[in-house]
Design a protein around this ligand. Sequence first.
Ligand code: ADP
Ligand code: MG
Length: 252
Amino acid sequence: MSAAIEIHNATKSYGGRTVLKGVDLTLAAGTVTVILGPSGSGKSTLLRAINHLEKLDEGYVALGGELIGVTVRGDRLKERRERDILRQRSRIGFVFQNFNLFPHLTVLENVVEAPVAQGVRAADARSRALALLTRVGLADKASAYPRQLSGGQQQRVAIARALALDPDVLLFDEPTSALDPELVGEVLQVIRTLAGSGKTLVVVTHEIGFAREVADHVVFLDEGVLLEQGPPAEVLAAPRHPRTRDFLDKVL
Ligand code: ADP
Ligand code: MG
């Protein structure tokens, strides 16, 4: 079962500077959303808020209709309960720009770590991890260490790891921007195979070709404001806002 994500009035400041300015966004279950926007526009902060790595100053994020940690103008309507956050987070996989694999663990150990911590039997976690590594084309690297792999291979392991708890939602924060250009394609290909799998995917990327081909919904964020959203055929092919046009001219 996948989950829709509702973001309402997401507002966040750092040291007096507001980096998310009341973002409203609904992501339908099982769809692929690509978030575009210049550096510093708040894309990572928004993803981190979905995963509760970032606490909003105002607004809320709901996952599958379930609210956690509502904050409205300082009045806590509901306590942000650590247990609820951990439970929601276990339904969300996160793939980072710099892979963030555990360097001292093998590829297989990286993938089994979270399920085993959650109480899955070691043998079950291991066979599932091997199936996931096969899915990302890296079954033969199960006993290798991250440093022995290319960046593209490391990111594919990170995707397998993010899938290990069979999450409803997968968040990707610029998954290919740390890669040499010739390695981008293999990672995008793996992400492409996850589209239409029933999971809800949110991908921050500057890969416009990928967005055009794979996204159901494209969002353009600029200085903490959601300036434009819609299907790729609208936002990418016929952007309404001049800032979206400027951005696309630069990255295309
Ligand atoms: P993007 O991912 O679109 O590049 P971010 O969400 O990372 O943007 O950051 C938005 C703004 O918030 C940037 O100006 C950044 O410097 C600032 N910022 C992000 N995280 C922090 C933090 N933990 N402390 C202070 N400022 C931050
Ligand atoms: Mg970022």
